[in-house]
Write a protein that binds this ligand. Structure first.
Ligand code: DON
Length: 304
């Protein structure tokens, strides 16, 4: 399979479609990004890297980081974690509060904001310096020091985090937050403000395609059973109320972020990251999803 030719073809076809969306602006600093950026990086399981467009430029990974933080706590909590967070698609926007009340403070899944706040709380309980641990973990997955936290994005989101703050208080009222609200919010916003390029992001997802073993860290990150569950969660919940649509069009486990990034894996073959900041109304990148749809349609193999 000539992956380089494939992603170049996809890149051109998507650009020719002239898709227009909206750059996220509810975090003011994100609105400063050039909406025309577009990059794709594919990393196979031998570590070969293929890239096109703005694939080496760092961008705000936002909610994609929820996958990294869940992977960090997965083996530490075993089944206990799943009494605090469910594993069902939410069918609601990523920042919905309403569902939390109906479901008595147990978030639908770890990838909506409420669920990720619980995971941040779990990280704070488990690690002495959770923020540093998150960065170290991702750098290890990539094989070099690449993660940077954008301080302006961090501050910008903290200054405008009324919804997440409300959600954190709500969770605490149900006894589902152990630590201080401020610390939970800061940890959560901090990991959302991490910046990486498509190559490094794809590398950080490589172990999900490789039964839990990272070729860049040279160790098992998750056992096969936990890795299977992470992929299942990404497939069913990775795109919020567009998860079914993504599975239908693309058919890969993946995760989006409002910075316009999407990371996904083809188990036993490759990991891939796509970035284009213009979003659809569900908060997912228009071009990134289209690129993955075209790419999986052109492959001669599929997950299903
Ligand atoms: O909490 C927020 O709203 C952002 N830090 C992350 C949201 C996000 O990326 C949703 N993804 N599509």
């Amino acid at each position: 399979m000539d992956y380089q030719a494939l992603i170049e073809e996809v890149y051109k076809e998507v650009n020719d479609l002239n898709l227009k969306g909206k750059v996220a602006d509810y975090i003011p600093e994100l609105a400063e990004v050039d909406g025309d950026k577009f990059g794709i990086a594919l990393v196979d399981l031998e570590g070969n890297v293929y890239g096109v467009g703005d694939y080496e430029e760092a961008f705000s990974i936002q909610s994609i980081s929820k996958v990294h933080t869940l992977a960090m706590v997965f083996h530490k909590f075993k089944s206990k974690l799943w009494s605090r967070v469910n594993v069902e698609p939410s069918g609601n926007p990523f920042n919905s509060i309403a569902q939390l009340e109906y479901e008595k403070g147990i978030p639908r899944n770890p990838f909506i904001n409420a669920g990720a706040l619980v995971i941040s709380d779990a990280l704070i309980s488990k690690f002495e310096n959770p923020k540093e641990e998150i960065i170290d973990f991702i750098n290890e997955l990539v094989g070099h020091q690449c993660v940077k936290v954008n301080e302006s994005v961090y501050q910008s989101e903290l200054d405008h985090s009324e919804r997440n703050t409300a959600m954190a208080y709500f969770l605490k009222a149900y006894g589902n937050i152990e630590n201080s609200i401020q610390e939970v919010l800061e940890t959560y916003v901090y990991h959302c403000a991490m910046e990486m390029c498509c190559v490094d992001l794809a590398k950080s997802f490589s172990f999900f395609a490789n039964n839990g073993y990272s070729i860049f860290a040279d160790r098992e990150i998750l056992n096969e059973s936990h890795n299977k569950r992470m992929n299942a969660l990404m497939l069913t919940c990775g795109f919020y109320d567009e998860s079914g649509e993504f599975a239908f069009r693309v058919g890969l486990p993946g995760k989006s972020g409002v910075g316009g990034g999407v990371a996904a894996v083809m188990p036993n073959k490759f990991s891939i990251a796509v970035w284009s900041p213009q979003l659809n109304e569900k908060g997912n990148s228009l071009k990134s999803i289209k690129a993955l749809e075209l790419l999986t349609d052109k492959l001669h193999f599929s997950l299903f």
